[in-house]
Design a protein around this ligand. Sequence first.
Ligand SMILES: *Cc1c(COP(=O)(O)O)cnc(C)c1O
Length: 355
Amino acid sequence: MKKYNFNAGPSILPREVIEQTAAACLDFENSGLSLMTISHRAKNFQPVVDEAEVLFKELLDIPEGYKVLFLGGGASLEFCMIPYNYLEKKAAYLNTGVWATKAMKEAKLFGEVVEVASSADKNFTYIPKNFEIPTDADYLHITSNNTIYGTELRKDIDSPVPLIADMSSDIFSRPIDVSKYALIYGGAQKNLAMAGVTFVIVKEDTLGKVSRQIPTMLDYRTHVKKGSMFNTPPVVPIYSALLNLRYIKAQGGVKAMEKLAEERAKIVYGEIDRNKLFVGTAEEDSRSLMNITFVLKPEYQDLQDEFMAFATSKGMVGVKGHRDVGGFRASCYNAMSIEGCEALVACMKEFESNH
Ligand SMILES: *Cc1c(COP(=O)(O)O)cnc(C)c1O
């Protein structure tokens, strides 16, 4: 049976990216050596990092003055690196869920943290609007897509202070105006590559403004200076990211990804709104195109386990919702096909007609 991978992360990747990564693990570019066993300083590996950076810049139309880094530690290490490198006195955070809260927790170790707005009052089912950004903050931190709650900002806001964004789960799903940001980061395992690499897009002249000493590995300037090669970077994940960037480019870039995301969302949200059994959890104007969260209506709550089993029997993988939201979550990242969304919809329709 064909499986459709709706996992939230690590998550779906294009088949060719997986096959080519696997092939390189056996024999990297006809070198007779596995990609897993070559030196990151090997002559044939530097071009991988270089091309990945070039494709980042090309696909996201990154202006001059920015550097792309490939680091370890996941998005979670960035939660601490950001205040380490940027927080002198006060930082502003938009609280849109678990990941934003975790980011704030780390920042509080370094200085004052102002929560500019929070959607905790309604279990993070919406993105707050019309919040005030303190002009004396060192930066404003936002989470562009809330993987757990299925909400997404999906636009580049104006900020009077340096803007920093966690784009772990929606990077490369739409064009972004990078010039509005001081730093953009994310774990790769949602929409870019296999787990193990963290991407950071950083505006170089925003660094070096804090007075504290920063440990070498946690100082962005170290990695800028050494081109992500200060220590051994995650070689295989970086290669898988490069392959996926090539794939995105061949598909028509982020505009094409955006169009696909809109089509997928229309299909799945359309069914959620039509189907008598289900209801979406996120407010309509905050709905994520990447993580589509829905639950059974109160009168059908007892069908929870039955629908999970039914969906699984139809080849749907990873549609169980996060424990903080319950219900179901269909993560529709770049590599999810329209066919996969149609299969999920067919499954929801059939389940409805059975009840
Ligand atoms: C998954 C996720 C994280 C955590 O990423 P790690 O790479 O596991 O540290 C942070 N932010 C968002 C929005 C995520 O979806």
